[in-house]
Design a protein around this ligand. Structure first.
Ligand SMILES: C[S@@+](CC[C@H](N)C(=O)[O-])C[C@H]1O[C@@H](n2cnc3c(N)ncnc32)[C@H](O)[C@@H]1O
Length: 300
């Protein structure tokens, strides 16, 4: 007895009696079975299967062609530079959640934090990140972006010096799942002075309710009085890594404010910016970006 349409198609395909003679039709059926199987993968399974750190870097940040270089990177670097150079957010420890294989968002932070932990869900990202930290020959090249931070800081340090300073500050590269009550389980991290999260929550969360719960739960990683800094995209439903579209959760501006207020934080600053260049919308369909700085109540 055939239980499902997929099983029916599979039976037709494997039939000796060649019910289906056309090879094109067989191909179509194969594709449709693949699609059906893909559709049943969870977000995390899709990420594990398709998120290739090198391809993500090439599409997003590679010199002269990354689609995030035009608006996203300047937005992040300017906001983080202003924040960290103001001296209003500082301390010993900073935990970065969902770092991927990226380091661009940590360059300004290493002036204010001497002890940085990076983290991600995917083993392949942790491996790639460690390659940059260890200066391995096939590491990703972030020098163009590091140069922008050096320019913002008045070129008091050269790119190589800045990169080495960041390498010294990153003490741990850890596996984490931001959706878990303890994202670092089985480890329990000492509460940090600052939690940073760049382009991760929309990727990890399936809906606004999960985003709100996750934001609230991140308070557990912070000391009383500690800061959370989150940068992300507005109304983004996918981004592409090579030919594969990775789904993300489209967040509206009003959802963002509510998440941090209801999550028990004091919002200190919130910025947003509309995307102006829509030419590469087929690669990622975000409509804008946001930056939130919020504080966990209590005394440091
Ligand atoms: C769009 S990438 C951003 C990477 C990096 N932060 C950046 O700004 O380029 C999204 C990242 O979120 C990570 N991620 C997705 N779900 C996660 C989860 N549940 N826990 C931790 N990281 C997650 C992915 O592995 C990926 O590295």
């Amino acid at each position: 007895m055939i239980a499902s349409p997929m099983e029916f198609l599979a039976c037709l395909l494997m039939s000796d009696k060649t019910v289906i003679r056309s090879s094109n039709l067989k191909r179509l059926i194969c594709l449709s079975i693949e699609d059906t199987m893909e559709a049943s993968l969870t977000k995390q399974e899709l990420l594990k299967k398709y998120f290739n750190p090198k391809e993500y870097y090439d599409i997003s940040y590679a010199k002269g062609k990354g689609i995030l270089l035009g608006e996203w990177v300047p937005f992040v670097l300017k906001n983080l530079h202003e924040l960290f150079s103001s001296g209003s957010v500082k301390g010993d420890t900073l935990t970065d959640i969902g770092s991927g294989s990226s380091i661009y968002h940590l360059v300004s932070a290493c002036r204010s934090f001497k002890n940085i932990t990076t983290s991600d869900l995917l083993e392949q990202n942790l491996i790639q990140q460690k390659k940059w930290l260890n200066k391995e020959p096939d590491m990703l090249d972030w020098s163009e972006i590091v140069q922008i931070v050096c320019d913002l800081e008045g070129n008091s340090e050269k790119v190589e010096e800045k990169e080495d300073k960041l390498r010294r500050a990153v003490r741990d590269v850890l596996k984490c799942d931001v959706l878990k009550k303890n994202p670092f389980e089985p480890l329990v991290l000492p509460p940090a002075d600052c939690v940073l999260c760049c382009l991760c929550l929309e990727s990890a969360c399936k809906d606004v309710a999960t985003y709100c719960d996750t934001v609230k739960n991140l308070k557990n990683l912070l000391k009383p009085g500690g800061h959370i800094i989150v940068l992300g995209t507005i109304k983004n439903s996918y981004y592409s890594v090579k030919e594969k579209r990775i789904p993300t959760m489209p967040l509206k501006e009003e959802d963002i404010k509510k998440a941090y207020t209801d999550g028990g934080y004091e919002i200190l600053r919130m910025e947003s910016k509309r995307r102006e260049d829509l030419s590469l919308i087929s690669i990622a369909d975000f409509q804008g970006f946001y930056f939130v700085l919020a504080r966990k109540p209590g005394k440091c």
